[in-house]
Design a protein around this ligand. Structure first.
Ligand code: S3P
Length: 448
């Protein structure tokens, strides 16, 4: 992303006059791709990964695992082969590990590095250097590792890992799959049982993949909708092939565009449909979206299927706070759907949006207000007055190094009356390389 410093890629989007039509695949799931590379690097043997997301964020993880001693190669069919070092056998990196824009890469890696006997330094881009790392440093310090960060728990961060760590018993104070995963990954090299309790269930890709690689993991559901996860430490991970499904979070951009642009109909094949990731689909169906799911199957413990969507008359919706973890990355694009819908929408309990790739709560409000849509933030609820298909547009959107804001603003432009301008689309490459061209292949007409 260094290119960004010199060459931001602005975009002006005009309302499309033609429907969006076609069948497409979206790139691999970002969360699963990071984990596949990390688990493969920790496993014994050679793991083949098909469908890996080759976005900037995941390539940072690939580079980090290589710096820690794993061997990574990609063949001509884009299958990645990773030869692991085995748990406890990562080597000390000889330079700073630059995690770019990726909070998932940085936080999960903290977990791994905390319980390896190496010293490492993590950093990232200007967006990542503003994001809180204390949430992982706090529990991981209890393993016996030492963390030295910038003031306020910010990157760059030096980690002196402990090769003989204590296993953690930790109750998550925030609903965060990244924190849960960091604690579990630290537990891989700790003698005894690591236990994480989450008051609200968050995405469980780490648990699914641990089981896929042969670890002993037990998951208990609590009566209040949470989970208790127990992992037996110091067992080996055994290399297993991984097939990464399409990213449902990425699919939501063409998906919402097709819901809003009149007469559209698109089909997205092979999308990951883990129920802890599909809160946005539930919400869209509640809004009146015409959604069909077919060809469902399970791959490596992850549900997958094809999703079809037709242009629909959407109504406002009230989304409960408990649903937030299962759609946490989808609020920017759902805010666009709510802005276009008829009636008022309320998204409850969005505190965590303030610490994403940008302060997304502020950025969503600014994006919508600048384009003539009325919004309000009440405590941590976002209220949007739907324009009933008549979004004025005409605004200039600052995307704050945030891929999902950029893609959301591009969809807003497709349905607003006046042209919508974006300051930069570079960061789309972190999660959805080729997004603008793929959208053009179904008729978006973005001016590249
Ligand atoms: C992710 C967890 C979520 C999500 C992020 C990916 C993961 O973050 O927003 O894009 O892969 O574990 P939090 O754990 O901060 O909620």
């Amino acid at each position: 992303m260094t290119e960004h410093i010199f060459f931001p890629r602005p975009l002006c989007v005009k309302r499309t006059r033609q429907p969006l039509k076609g069948t497409l695949c979206v790139p691999g799931d970002k969360s699963i791709s990071h984990r596949a590379l990390m688990f493969a690097a920790l496993a014994q043997g050679q793991t083949g990964i098909t469908g890996l997301l080759e976005g900037e964020d995941v390539l940072r993880t690939a580079a980090a695992m290589r710096a820690l001693g794993a061997t990574l190669v990609k063949n001509e069919t884009k299958k990645w082969w990773v030869t692991g070092r085995g748990i406890g056998h990562l080597q000390e990196p000889d330079d700073v590990l630059d995690m770019g824009n990726s909070g998932t890469a940085a936080r999960l890696l903290c977990g791994i590095l905390a319980t390896h006997g190496v010293t490492s330094v993590l950093s990232g881009d200007a967006s990542l250097r503003k994001r809180p790392m204390k949430r992982v440093m706090d529990p991981l310090t209890q393993t016996g590792a030492t963390f030295l960060s910038r003031e306020g728990g910010l990157l760059p961060l030096t980690i002196r890992g402990n090769a003989h760590p204590s296993p953690l018993h930790y109750r998550l104070p925030v609903a965060s799959a990244q924190v849960k995963s960091a604690v579990l990954l630290a537990g891989l090299n700790a003698e005894g049982e690591t236990c994480v309790e989450e008051p609200v269930a968050t995405r469980d890709h780490t648990e699914n993949m641990l089981q896929h690689f042969g670890a002993e993991v037990a998951v208990e559901k609590t009566s209040m909708g949470g989970r208790i996860i127990r992992l037996k430490g110091r067992a080996s991970l055994i290399a297993r092939d991984v097939v990464v499904p399409g990213d449902v979070s990425s699919a939501l951009f063409p998906f919402v565009a097709a819901l809003l642009v009149p007469d559209s109909e698109i089909h997205i094949k092979g999308v990951g449909l883990n129920p802890l990731r599909t809160g946005a689909l539930t919400t869209i169906i509640e809004m009146g979206g015409l959604v069909t799911i077919t060809n469902t199957y399970t791959e490596g413990g992850e549900p997958v299927g094809d999703v079809s969507v037709r242009a629909s008359e959407l109504q406002g919706v009230d989304v409960p706070e408990e649903r937030a973890p299962s759609m946490i990355d989808e609020y920017p694009i759902l805010a666009v759907a709510a802005a276009y819908a008829r009636g008022v929408s309320r998204f409850r309990g969005l505190e965590e949006l303030r610490v994403k790739e940008s302060d997304r709560l502020r950025a969503i409000v600014s994006m919508l207000e600048k384009n003539g849509v009325r919004t309000e933030v009440e405590n941590n609820d976002l209220i949007i007055w739907g324009a009933g298909g008549n979004i004025p547009g005409g605004g200039y959107v600052e995307t704050h190094m945030d891929h999902r804001l950029a893609m959301s603003a591009s969809v807003l432009g497709l349905v607003a009356k006046q042209q919508v301008s974006l300051d930069d689309t570079c960061f789309i490459d972190t999660s959805f390389p080729g997004y603008l061209s793929l959208m053009n292949s179904i008729g978006a007409g973005f001016d590249l």
